[in-house]
Write a protein that binds this ligand. Structure first.
Ligand code: AQP
Length: 335
């Protein structure tokens, strides 16, 4: 990929904390492939973020390779985009330190994800969990990304990245681009199938709460059949029908049908028929991803070639950023 073109630059990342969920897919990764022709895209498996909660090292290694293969299976072309593993480019962590000196304790304390995750992992509220958004700001600002495609849950972190960039620019003179969020119109927040007021998450302990994009058809259909809905029977999008609203959004995204078309399609039918249709549509939609993943995960040499060259390209871009940043903050040139 050319490093100097007029195209806008996109950066986004995903944690290798488990197999991607339908939420990760619809809210984020599915949208990344189509952006590759219009933008310069950089996508990362952010393993350094993953260790903010306890991980089994062998499992993390396996999940990281799996996540990288899944990224490609979801349509990221390593010839068009830079696709790499975050820990292979140490410049992110270096920049993160500099940016942490332009970040306020108070603003990090207000981050919803920190509050949620520290409640969930009360026995391990580590400093990394607290400073996670600074590393995320470094991920983005190291490339001076213009746009960051994310699900709605990451909007607050992106706003913080903009504040950090703005503060650095004020202190040291204009340098960082203020990144804009790129949030999909539909499916920006896919909800848990078991608790539709909670977002669908990879690390949910209830396996029925989330669809993993590598689940087989039977599993997907079964999970949708068990999805929590309400005591009515009308398939329509309305306030208070969180479970049905979530299923309708998912069905709409995978079939391209509008909410009105879906209501008409299931008029007079019960939730059972609807849930079965959603399950089958999702399973069929994900089938090509599963097939491509099965092929890629067997080809470790190809994956290695892709993530190694991705990291080299990422390193080159970010080293230039860091050199300029070091000069700006007043560090003595090393060479
Ligand atoms: N439920 C969701 N609906 C829409 N988008 C979502 N994303 C995550 N969950 C949903 C988007 O997926 C991208 C990658 O997310 P991440 O892996 O960096 O972390 P996360 O947001 O914390 O995702 P999970 O699945 O909830 O992981 P765990 O369980 O490990 O914390 C982001 O763009 C995110 O917005």
């Amino acid at each position: 990929m050319s490093e100097t073109t007029e195209k806008k630059l996109i950066f986004s990342g995903i944690q290798p904390t488990g197999t991607f969920t339908l939420g990760n897919y619809i809210g984020a990764v599915r949208n990344w492939g189509p952006l590759q022709d219009e933008y310069n895209c950089i996508y990362s498996i952010v393993d350094m973020h993953a260790i903010t909660v306890r991980q089994d090292p062998a499992k993390l290694r396996q999940n990281t390779l799996q996540a990288y293969a899944l990224l490609l299976a979801c349509g990221i072309d390593p010839k068009k985009s830079i696709a790499f593993i975050q820990s292979h480019n140490p410049n992110h962590a270096e920049l993160s330190w500099i940016l942490s000196c332009s970040t306020q304790f108070g603003e990090l304390s207000r981050m919803t994800q920190f509050k949620d995750k520290s409640a969930k992992h009360a026995d391990d509220i580590n400093a990394g969990l607290f400073t996670y958004p600074v590393l995320m700001a470094a991920d983005i600002l190291a490339y001076n990304a213009d746009l960051v495609p994310i699900g709605a849950d990451q909007k607050q972190h992106l706003e913080l990245a903009r504040n950090i960039a703005g503060r650095f620019n004020q202190k040291y003179g204009d340098f960082f681009t203020l990144p804009e969020p790129f949030i999909p119109k539909a499916g920006a927040r896919v909800m848990s199938l078991q608790d539709p007021q909670k977002k669908m998450s990879k690390s949910d302990e209830n396996p029925n709460a989330c669809i993993l994009i590598l689940d087989d058809k039977d599993t997907i259909v079964r999970k949708f059949k068990r999805a929590v809905t309400d005591s009515e029977s009308e398939v329509c999008y309305r306030e208070g029908k969180d479970g049905i609203n979530n299923l309708m959004t998912i069905y709409s995204v995978v079939t391209g049908k509008s909410l009105d078309e879906i209501t008409a399609e299931f008029a007079g039918k019960g939730y059972g028929d609807f849930k079965l249709a959603v399950g089958e549509a999702v399973a069929d939609h994900l089938e090509p991803v599963r097939t491509e993943y099965a092929r890629l995960i067997e080809d470790k040499a190809y994956l290695k070639e892709c993530y190694t060259s991705g990291a080299e390209a990422a390193f080159r871009i970010t080293r230039k950023t860091l050199s300029k940043v070091y000069r700006k903050v007043g560090f003595v040139d090393a060479r």
